[in-house]
Design a binder for this molecule. Structure first.
Ligand code: GLC
Length: 526
C-alpha cells in the first residue's frame, strides 16, 4: 500500500500563462479576474493546483519575468484585491495556488536598480547587482552571452557595466550580498501570509556566479534560450551557493501551516544534479526537464524514467513530470505535429499521468494545441528581438474557449488578443471539444479522473514489463500503461495479466480487442 502522501507529491498542476488564459476587461491581455472566472473549468478538468506565471508590477519586457515590485499586482492584470479574490475562489473549489518568484534578476524599473543607476560606483546601492568595470580595452568585464542572445553586459553612462543573463532590462542580483537574501525571504513571507500554497522558482539554478566571473570557453557562447538554458557547464549555473538559499527557503515555507511547497525551474545537466535541489532540507520539487527533452522513443522514455527514480529515490523526493510550458514548443509539435504529433502527445500524456509523482500540465495542452505560427510582425518575445531565434510566442497564443472566430471567448467579442490566434483554432476550443469523447479535452478529463480514482491503490514504484523494444509497458501496482512508439500494431493480449482497458488515447474499439496501434497508449487495470 502507498505511504502517506502530501498533496503535491501526486498533484496534477495546471500552469496558467497569465497573459494568455482569460481576458476579463477586453484589453487583449489575460488577467486575474479572467482566471477567477475560469476556475470552475479547472476544477472540472480535475487538476489539484494551478501555477500562475508572474503577475507582479512589471514593464513586461519579458512578460512579467522582469519584476519591478515583487509585492504588488501589475494594473494590466488587476489589483491585489483581485489576487485575493482569485485565491479565495480557488481554495473554495479545492484548488491550490502556486505563484512564481523571480530571484535571479529584477526589472531595470525596480526601485533598487533605479537607485543603483543614480548612485556612484562602489556604493551599497550598486552592490545589490553585479556592476563591474570593463576591461582596459573598453570591452565588457567578461565574454558571457545573454541567454536571450547578445552580450550579457550593458554599460551605464559612468562607464561601469552590469550583468544580465537575460534581457538588458533584467539585471542580475548579487546573491553574495545578504540584503538580497533578506529581501527575498520577506517577499516569500508576503505571499505566504496572503495564503499561497507554493512557489515556482524562476531560474532556480542561477542566482550565484563563480567568484571572479571567469570567461567561458569561446565555443560555449551559444545564443538562444533552449541551448543557453541547457548548456550547463557554465560559471553562472548550478553554483553550490544556491543550496544554502533553498535551505533557508525550506525553513521559511515550513514555518507556515498547510504543507506548502516550492518547485525549482532548474535546468541542470543530470538527474543527480536535479536531485540536489530536492534534498529533504531543500525544495519539495524540481521540474524534470529531461522528460520534456525526451524524443518520441521507447528507449528514451524508459531511460528518463529509470534515471529520474534513480536520482530522486535516494533523497526521498517525489518525481515531477512535464511535457510543455511557456518556454518550449508545445509537445504536439515537438512530436511531429499534425495528426501524428497529436496522437503521440496524447499517448505521452497518458504515460506521464500514469507515473508516480506530480505532473505539470500547460494551459492549452488539454486542447491538443499545437505550436502556433506567429507572423514575424506580431512576435513579442524579447529573445526574437535580441536575435536568438523565432522565440517563444508560438506556445503563448491565448486560449480558445468558444465561438468560431478570434478571440474565441478569450476576451469579450471585438477584443484583439495580444498575439493572433490561428483561424484553425475554432475546432480546438473548449466549447468545440466538450462532450466529444474522442476529443483531447475529454481524454485529459478521463485520464485525470481515472488517476484520481486509482491513486489510493497505487504506490510509488514502477517496473517495466518486457515487451517489444519500441513499446513502453510500465506497471504500477494494478495499473499498466502501454505506449506503442513503434510502427506496427502491438498485441496487448501478449501481456501477462493485462487486466481491463480503462483508457485508450485512440481507436478505443481496436484497443479493446487487444490491438494497440502505433502512437497510441492504453491504461489497463486489474
Ligand atoms: C525562465 C522563464 C522564462 C523567462 C526567464 C527569465 O526561464 O521560464 O519565461 O524568460 O526565466 O526570467
Amino acid at each position: 500500500m502507498p505511504d502517506s502522501r502530501l498533496w503535491w507529491q501526486d498533484a496534477v498542476c495546471y500552469q496558467i500563462y497569465v497573459r494568455s488564459f482569460a481576458d476579463s476587461d477586453g484589453d487583449g491581455v489575460g488577467d486575474l479576474a479572467g482566471i477567477t472566472s475560469r476556475l470552475p473549468y479547472l476544477a472540472d478538468l480535475g487538476v489539484d493546483a494551478v501555477w500562475l506565471t508572474p503577475f507582479y508590477t512589471s514593464p513586461q519586457a519579458d512578460h512579467g519575468y522582469d519584476v519591478a515590485d515583487y509585492r504588488d499586482v501589475d494594473p494590466l492584470f488587476g489589483r491585489l484585491d483581485d489576487f485575493d479574490a482569485m485565491l479565495a475562489a480557488a481554495h473554495d473549489l479545492g484548488l491550490r495556488v502556486i505563484v512564481d518568484v523571480v530571484p535571479n534578476h529584477s526589472s531595470s524599473a525596480h526601485a533598487w536598480f533605479e537607485a543603483a543607476l543614480a548612485a556612484r560606483p562602489g556604493t551599497p546601492e550598486r552592490a545589490r547587482y553585479l556592476f563591474r568595470d570593463g576591461r582596459d580595452n573598453g570591452t565588457p568585464p567578461n565574454n558571457w552571452q545573454s541567454v536571450f542572445g547578445g552580450p550579457a553586459w550593458t554599460q551605464v553612462p559612468d562607464g561601469q557595466w552590469y550583468l544580465h543573463l537575460f534581457d538588458a532590462t533584467q539585471p542580475d542580483f548579487d546573491w553574495d550580498n545578504p540584503e538580497v537574501g533578506d529581501e527575498f525571504e520577506s517577499v516569500l513571507r508576503f505571499w505566504l501570509d496572503r495564503g499561497v500554497d507554493g512557489f515556482r522558482i524562476d531560474v532556480a539554478h542561477g542566482l550565484f556566479k563563480e567568484p571572479g566571473l571567469p570567461d567561458v570557453e569561446a565555443e560555449q557562447n551559444v545564443g538562444g534560450i533552449d541551448e543557453a538554458m541547457s548548456e550547463l557547464d557554465r560559471p553562472y549555473w548550478d553554483q553550490p551557493g544556491v543550496h544554502d538559499v533553498y535551505r533557508r527557503w525550506h525553513d521559511v515555507i515550513a514555518s507556515y501551516p498547510g504543507d506548502r511547497m516550492a518547485v525549482a525551474e532548474a535546468w541542470v545537466s543530470s538527474a543527480e544534479s536535479m536531485a540536489r535541489y530536492v534534498r529533504p532540507d531543500e525544495l519539495q520539487q524540481a521540474f524534470n526537464f529531461h522528460w520534456l527533452e525526451a524524443e518520441w522513443s521507447a528507449d528514451e522514455f524508459r531511460r528518463v524514467v529509470d534515471e529520474t527514480f534513480a536520482a530522486v529515490d535516494p533523497v526521498g523526493a517525489a518525481a515531477t513530470w512535464v511535457l510543455s510550458n511557456h518556454d518550449v514548443d508545445r509537445h504536439v509539435s515537438r512530436f511531429g505535429g499534425g495528426s501524428v504529433g497529436l496522437a503521440r502527445a496524447r499517448a505521452a500524456t497518458a504515460m506521464m499521468l500514469a507515473l508516480p509523482g506530480s505532473a505539470y500540465v500547460y494551459a492549452g495542452e488539454e486542447l491538443g494545441l499545437p505550436q502556433a505560427d506567429v507572423p514575424a510582425e506580431a512576435r513579442q518575445d524579447p529573445t526574437w528581438r535580441r536575435g536568438a531565434g523565432i522565440g517563444r510566442d508560438g506556445c503563448r497564443v491565448p486560449m480558445p474557449w468558444s465561438g468560431t472566430a478570434s478571440p474565441y471567448g478569450f476576451g469579450p467579442d471585438g477584443a484583439t488578443p495580444w498575439l493572433p490566434q490561428p483561424d484553425s483554432w475554432a475546432a480546438l476550443s473548449v466549447e468545440a471539444q466538450q462532450g466529444d469523447e474522442a476529443s483531447t479535452l475529454e481524454l485529459y478529463r478521463r485520464l485525470i479522473a481515472t488517476r484520481r480514482e486509482l491513486l489510493p491503490q497505487l504506490g510509488r514504484r514502477v517496473a517495466f514489463v518486457d515487451t517489444r523494444d519500441d513499446v513502453v509497458a510500465l506497471r504500477r501496482d494494478g495499473l499498466i500503461c502501454v505506449v506503442n512508439c513503434g510502427d506496427e500494431v502491438f498485441d496487448l493480449t501478449a501481456l501477462a495479466d493485462p487486466g481491463k482497458l480503462v483508457v485508450a488515447t485512440g481507436h478505443t474499439a481496436d484497443v479493446r480487442n487487444g490491438s494497440l496501434p502505433p502512437d497510441t497508449a492504453a491504461w489497463l487495470h486489474a
